[in-house]
Structures are given as structure tokens and as C-alpha cells.
Design a protein around this ligand. Structure first.
Ligand SMILES: [Mn+2]
Length: 139
């Protein structure tokens, strides 16, 4: 299992490759606000653990294992953002909240949150009811 920090890297690398077709050390460093030397160190560890293949002057590619996990991590992040939005968390707090919790939930909890999001989305009146409760609590 990747550590939280490894998860952040795999997630960012997966997104960069999806968006641009490649992930450079400098792009990863910028996306995660870390020093490029930290990226190089982590990328070497991820290579050793077979999440990616890193060649110093040619860049890096995710392995099948790395892609599979990257996809799940991006899905998890997006689902949690959707969940935060649904329960009415302020837009400007959503990203940081998700970054703070995403590594600490079990996949079981993620799946159940997925059910809950689906439950609300299947019937808009449920969202309206939730907003009514929230309005009452604000009073
Ligand atoms: Mn994330």
C-alpha cells in the first residue's frame, strides 16, 4: 500500500499525464509545492515499488499498477469533492478539506460515501430537504 505522500505523488502524476501526456519532475514539484529534489527522491522510490518507470533524461511512465492506483486516487478525490459540495461545504474550503481527509478513509468508507452521493442525486427533493435542515440550523 502506498503511504499518503506516495498517494499524493501518484495522483498528481496520473493527472499530469492525463492532461498533458507527460509528467516532468518540475511540473510535479510545482503541482505539489515541493522542491524538485524531493520529487526526484520520491520518483525513485515509486520506481523501486513498481508504480512507475523513471529514466533520468527521458521522463517517467506509470506502470499498469501505477495507472490503476492513480485512476482510483483521482476518482476518490473527485468523489469526495462531490460529497463536500453536496453536504453544503463552502466552495473555497472543499479542495483543502479533501486533501486533508482523502488518505485517511478506508475504501469501504469511500464506497459508502459514493452510495450517499448517489442517494441524493437520484432524487433532487432529498437535496432540497437537506438544504431546509441547514437553513433551520442557521437560524
Ligand atoms: Mn487529492
Amino acid at each position: 500500500m502506498p503511504t499518503p505522500s506516495m498517494e499524493d505523488y501518484i495522483e498528481q502524476i496520473y493527472m499530469l499525464i492525463e492532461d498533458k501526456g507527460y509528467a516532468r519532475v518540475s511540473d510535479i514539484a510545482e503541482a505539489l509545492s515541493v522542491h524538485p529534489s524531493s520529487v526526484t527522491k520520491m520518483v525513485q522510490k515509486l520506481d523501486k515499488d513498481e508504480y512507475l518507470i523513471y529514466e533520468k533524461y527521458r521522463g517517467l511512465v506509470l506502470t499498469t499498477k501505477g495507472k490503476k492506483i492513480g485512476k482510483r486516487l483521482v476518482f476518490r478525490h473527485d468523489l469526495l469533492e462531490q460529497f463536500m459540495k453536496l453536504i453544503g461545504v463552502d466552495d473555497d474550503k472543499i479542495y483543502n478539506d479533501v486533501e486533508g481527509i482523502e488518505h485517511h478513509l478506508s475504501w469501504n468508507a469511500i464506497d459508502r460515501i459514493g452510495d450517499l452521493v448517489q442517494y441524493f442525486e437520484e432524487d433532487n427533493s432529498r437535496i432540497t430537504e437537506l438544504r431546509d435542515v441547514q437553513k433551520r440550523n442557521e437560524e
